[in-house]
Design a protein around this ligand. Structure first.
Ligand code: ARG
Length: 310
C-alpha cells in the first residue's frame, strides 16, 4: 500500500480508504445534490462506444511546473471514473533551454517560428515534459499513457513564414479511445506529422481546439496559472461569458487586449463547431474539481448561450 501524502487533504491509494477519501472530498466541494448531478452528467457523456467525450484538458506549459497539483487534480477525475484527454504545451520550458543555447524565441501573431534547431529542442523538451506528467500520475496510482505521435496529421501552416509549424488537417482519435478503454488517461504532446512523416510544431491551444472538434467533448478545459480570465480594468475574475449575447460587445472593450481577443475568438470558433451543451472552462489545476462539480464553479465558464445543460 503506497500512501501519497500531500495537498487536497491527501489522496490515498489504498482501496477502501481511497474510496472514502474521494467521496468525502467530492462532497466537500458543494452540496451532495449538485455534486451528484454533475457527476451524473459527466459520466453519461462518455460511453464505451465513444469513451472520450467527457473532456479535453489543455495544460499550459507554466501549469506543468505545478506538477503535484496537476497530477492530483487529474487523478481525482480518474478516481471518480472520468477519463479526460490531456494535451500539454511546453513553451516556457522550451524557451528556457533555447535561450540558454543562444537562440532568441521568435513569434509571429502568437505562433512560434520553428526552425530545425528549435524543433530539435522542442521535441526533446515536450517528450520529457510528457513523461514527467505520466510518471507523476502513475505514482499516484493513476494509469496514464504517453501518446506522442500518430494523432495529429498536419500540413505546413506557412513554410516561408513559420517554417516547421503545422496546420492540423486530421485527428485520429483511435489511440485516445483505445487508451481510455484500457483504463489509462491519454497524455498528448502538441506535435504533428506531415503526410511524409516530417514532425511539425503546433500551438497547443490550437491543437486542443482541433482535438475538441474531433471528439466533441462536454468540457474543454484550459488550465492556466491565474485560474480564469480577468476583467482588464477592475481585475475581477469573469465568471461566465455567454458568447451569443456578449461576444461582440466584449471584443469592442478597450481592455480586451491582443492575447485575450485571440483566446475569445478561438473559443467562439471552437464552440460553434460543438453541440450547444459543450462549454469551455478556464481554471487553475487546483480548482478544477470545484469548477466541474459545483454550480457556481471557480474559474471562467464560456458557453454559447444561457442553456448549459438540456
Ligand atoms: N460545474 C458546471 C460546469 O462545469 C458549472 C460551472 C460554472 N462555472 C463558472 N465559472 N461559473 O459546467
Amino acid at each position: 500500500v503506497q500512501i501519497v501524502r500531500r495537498a487536497v487533504r491527501g489522496i490515498q491509494t489504498a482501496q477502501q480508504t481511497d474510496r472514502d477519501t474521494i467521496t468525502r472530498l467530492l462532497y466537500s466541494l458543494g452540496t451532495k445534490k449538485e455534486v451528484e448531478r454533475h457527476l451524473r452528467i459527466f459520466s453519461a457523456a462518455s460511453h464505451p462506444s465513444h469513451p472520450a467525450k467527457f473532456a479535453v484538458i489543455k495544460v499550459g506549459g507554466a501549469v506543468l511546473e505545478q506538477l503535484d497539483e496537476l497530477a492530483l487534480s487529474l487523478s481525482f477525475l480518474y478516481r471518480v471514473g472520468l477519463y479526460p484527454v490531456v494535451l500539454h504545451g511546453g513553451g516556457p520550458q522550451l524557451n528556457d533551454i533555447i535561450e540558454r543555447e543562444g537562440v532568441v524565441p521568435d513569434y509571429i501573431d502568437g505562433i512560434r517560428v520553428t526552425d530545425a534547431k528549435t524543433l530539435q529542442v522542442a521535441r526533446r523538451v515536450f517528450l520529457e515534459e510528457n513523461l514527467k506528467l505520466v510518471a507523476a500520475l502513475e505514482k499516484l496510482g493513476t494509469r496514464a499513457r504517453p501518446i506522442t505521435s500518430g494523432v495529429f496529421t498536419a500540413d505546413y501552416l506557412d513554410k516561408d513564414k513559420y517554417q516547421l509549424v503545422g496546420k492540423i488537417t486530421r485527428v485520429d482519435k483511435r489511440p485516445l479511445e483505445a487508451s481510455i478503454r484500457a483504463g489509462a488517461l491519454p497524455i498528448l504532446t502538441s506535435l504533428a506529422e506531415s503526410p511524409e512523416g516530417q514532425i511539425l510544431n503546433v500551438n497547443a491551444d490550437i491543437a486542443a481546439g482541433e482535438l475538441a472538434k474531433e471528439l466533441e467533448p462536454m468540457k474543454i478545459v484550459f488550465l492556466n496559472e491565474k485560474g480564469g480570465l480577468f476583467h482588464g480594468v477592475t481585475g475581477e475574475k469573469l465568471d461566465i461569458i455567454n458568447l451569443d449575447e456578449e461576444y461582440d460587445q466584449l471584443m469592442k472593450e478597450p481592455w480586451v487586449k491582443y492575447g485575450t481577443k485571440l483566446k475569445l475568438r478561438e473559443f467562439k470558433e471552437l464552440l460553434e463547431h460543438l453541440p450547444r451543451t459543450s462549454s469551455v472552462a478556464v481554471i487553475s489545476a487546483s480548482s478544477l474539481q470545484k469548477e466541474l462539480f459545483t454550480d457556481s464553479g471557480a474559474g471562467t465558464l464560456i458557453r454559447r448561450g444561457y442553456k448549459l445543460f438540456k
